[in-house]
Ligand binder design. Structure first.
Ligand SMILES: [Fe+2]
Ligand SMILES: [Fe+2]
Length: 254
């Protein structure tokens, strides 16, 4: 199948989630930068468009792995999936990193001073992601599930769902910056020659955290959140109740 370079990378990732693995390999930003076209994303990442296009087209011809089409799922199904897989993975990974990173930094910080900065950044990222997931689990995802059950929409807060979504997308940008910093501090997730087993496991966990977070944020930014905005707009239209309250700012909504 021909891949149109003017399609957004988000669209390509939704149509065939296997392409996300290729995007990661080529260093393309498809989660926070998902609204860029393939051509623009390749330019930004310094990637040869024709090469990636060929690989994407070859991928589209190969047999599907049977991964679920999340673009066709309900918001409830997708929110449940994100909570039960990505949020669980993040919590489990940071629990392991909370032991490993200080241990590796303590043993090897003298020879590798960048580990001291790595320890600080990983701690900051853990705090940020834990806090962020609590707000998704307790506020935004229940809200999106209510939007799925149209009859209960009136029980939601009196302001637009765009408000918490904007906060969440801002958090995703910040998480992306910290992950890029971690990538730099670990030499693109490459352990130094002769690194001990703990050092290697730590680097591999950080690489896996980056990969999983890219897919996690893609599902939220490019599929779940736009579905929430569309569902709210459709419901407001149905009720004839668009009265300019979508721009309402209510303190403490996230
Ligand atoms: Fe999430
Ligand atoms: Fe999120």
């Amino acid at each position: 199948m021909r891949i149109d370079p003017e399609q957004t990378v988000a669209r390509i990732g939704i149509d065939d989630p296997r392409s996300l693995v290729l995007f990661d390999r080529f260093g393309l930003d498809y989660c926070c930068g998902g609204t860029r076209t393939l051509r623009q994303a390749c330019e930004a990442a310094g990637v040869d468009l024709a090469t990636l296009q060929r690989e994407l087209e070859a991928l589209s011809e190969s047999a599907s792995t049977g991964e679920r089409d999340w673009g066709a799922a309900t918001m409830t199904e997708l929110a449940d999936h994100i909570e039960h897989t990505h949020h669980v993975f993040v919590r489990e990974t940071f629990a392991r990193l909370a032991v490993l990173v200080p241990k590796v930094a303590g043993h090897h910080g003298a020879a590798h001073p960048e580990l001291l900065q790595l320890e600080k950044t990983v701690r900051r990222l853990a705090e940020e992601m834990h806090d962020h997931m609590i707000r998704e689990d307790r506020v935004l995802f229940p809200w999106l599930r209510r939007l799925d059950r149209k009859s209960e929409i009136h029980t939601g807060p009196p302001w637009s769902v765009r408000r918490p979504i904007d906060y969440m997308m801002h958090d995703h940008d910040e998480v992306g910056k910290m992950l890029r910093e971690i990538r730099g501090l670990t030499d693109n997730f490459t352990p130094p020659p002769g690194a001990c087993a703990s050092f290697r496991v730590m680097v591999s966990l950080l690489a896996e955290l980056e990969r999983d977070t890219h897919v996690h944020v893609h599902k939220e930014n490019n599929i779940l959140f736009p579905a929430g905005v569309r569902a709210e707009a459709a419901e407001m239209e149905r009720r004839g109740a668009i009265q300019g309250n979508t721009a309402g700012v209510v303190p403490g909504c996230t």
